[in-house]
Write a protein that binds this ligand. Structure first.
Ligand code: SAM
Length: 294
C-alpha cells in the first residue's frame, strides 16, 4: 500500500512537524482536558472484551492503550497515524509499559484500508484532517468486519467551542490569517465535521449506515494557570494557527494579543485552572449493509 496520498502530504508534514512539537508541549492539557470527550465516547459505545479495535489518527496512542485495557488480553488495539513521530512515541510508551495487546503503524488512512480486520474503529479527533474524508472512511469501512462499527469524536462548530473561539475573535482584532504563507497546515481542519448533515452525508457515501450523532458538552482545561492558558491558545487552535501562519510579521503583536487574551481568559480561571466551554459530536455508524443490501 502506498504510504500517503499526495493531497494529504502537506497536512502530514504539519502533523509530523510543528503540530507534533506543540502536542508534545501541551500533552498534559490535550490528554486530560480533551480526553474526557474521548472517554465519554468509549463509555457510550464501549468496545467489548476480545474485540479487535482500530484507533484512527491515534497520535501518542493514549486512547489505543485505553482500548487495549477495555478489550482485555483476548482482544487487540491497533493505532494508526500518518505522522511517524507520533507513532514512535506511542510504540516506545507501549513497550515501556509492557502492554502486549497493542500495536501501531504509520499509515495515511486515505491511502488504503488499514491492514487487518476489526470489530470496531474508534477515533478521538483523528478523522477531520483527510483531504478526501469519503475515501478515507471508505477504507476504514473496508477494514471492518461485516457487523463492525465506527465511533468517532469530532468537534462541533467553533461558535459552540468558546475555549478556542473566544481566543480567535480576540486575536483577529490584531491580526488575521494571511492570504499566503510558507508553513504547512493540517488540511480541512478541526471543525470540518462540525455540521451534522455534512458528516452523516460523508459516512453514508463511505458506505456506513445507522448513523447517530450525540452532542457532548464537557468543559475543557486550557491551562493550569492564566499564563499557561494564554500560551496554549496562542500555540494551538485557530488563534495559534493565525499567529503561526503570520510568522515574524505578527511577532510585534504577540504582547498586545497576550494581554487581551489574559483579560478574557481570566473570567474562566478557577481553583482547578482555566476551564472553558467545549462541545463535540460523538458519532456512531454501522458497517453492516442496510436492509436494502446497499
Ligand atoms: C488532533 S490529533 C488527535 C490525536 C489523538 N487521536 C488524540 O486524541 O490525542 C489528529 C491526529 O490525526 C492524525 N492524522 C491526520 N491525518 C491523518 C491521515 N490521513 N491518516 C492517519 N492519521 C492522520 C495526525 O497525525 C494526528 O496525530
Amino acid at each position: 500500500m502506498q504510504q500517503s496520498v499526495e493531497a494529504n502530504e502537506e497536512a502530514i508534514r504539519a502533523w509530523d512537524g510543528p503540530l507534533f512539537e506543540r502536542f508534545v508541549q501541551y500533552r498534559h492539557l490535550l490528554s486530560e482536558g480533551l480526553g474526557e470527550h474521548g472517554e465519554e465516547a468509549l463509555r457510550v459505545h464501549p468496545p467489548r472484551a476480545g474485540e479487535r479495535v482500530l484507533d484512527i489518527g491515534c497520535g501518542f496512542g493514549e486512547t489505543t492503550l485505553r482500548i487495549a485495557e477495555l478489550v482485555g488480553p483476548q482482544g487487540a488495539a491497533v493505532g494508526v497515524d500518518a505522522a511517524p513521530r507520533f507513532i514512535e512515541v506511542a510504540q516506545d510508551e507501549a513497550s515501556e509499559q509492557g502492554i502486549e495487546n497493542v500495536s501501531y503503524a504509520v499509515a495515511d488512512v486515505e491511502a488504503g484500508p488499514p491492514a487487518g480486520r476489526f470489530d470496531m474503529a474508534y477515533s478521538r479527533f483523528g478523522t477531520m484532517f483527510f483531504a478526501n474524508p469519503v475515501a478515507a472512511l471508505r477504507n476504514v469501512r473496508q477494514a471492518l468486519a461485516p457487523a463492525g462499527r465506527l465511533v468517532m469524536v469530532v468537534w462541533r462548530s467553533k461558535v459552540e467551542n468558546d475555549w478556542v473561539y473566544n481566543a480567535q475573535q480576540i486575536t483577529e482584532k490584531f491580526v488575521t490569517k494571511p492570504e499566503e504563507y510558507d508553513e504547512p497546515t493540517c488540511g480541512p481542519g478541526p471543525f470540518s465535521m462540525a455540521n451534522a448533515d455534512t458528516t452523516s452525508g460523508i459516512l453514508l457515501s463511505a458506505g456506513f449506515h445507522a448513523i447517530t450523532l450525540r452532542r457532548c458538552d464537557l468543559p475543557v482545561s486550557i491551562g493550569r494557570d492564566l499564563d499557561e492558558a494564554v500560551e496554549f491558545v496562542m500555540s494551538l487552535g485557530p488563534a495559534g494557527e493565525i499567529l503561526r501562519l503570520a510568522g515574524e510579521r505578527a511577532e510585534h503583536l504577540h504582547e498586545p494579543v497576550a494581554a487581551a487574551l489574559r483579560e478574557q481568559l481570566g473570567e474562566w480561571l478557577g481553583p482547578d485552572g482555566v476551564i472553558g466551554p467545549a462541545s463535540t459530536w460523538i458519532v456512531s455508524a454501522s458497517a453492516a449493509p442496510d436492509r436494502d443490501g446497499s
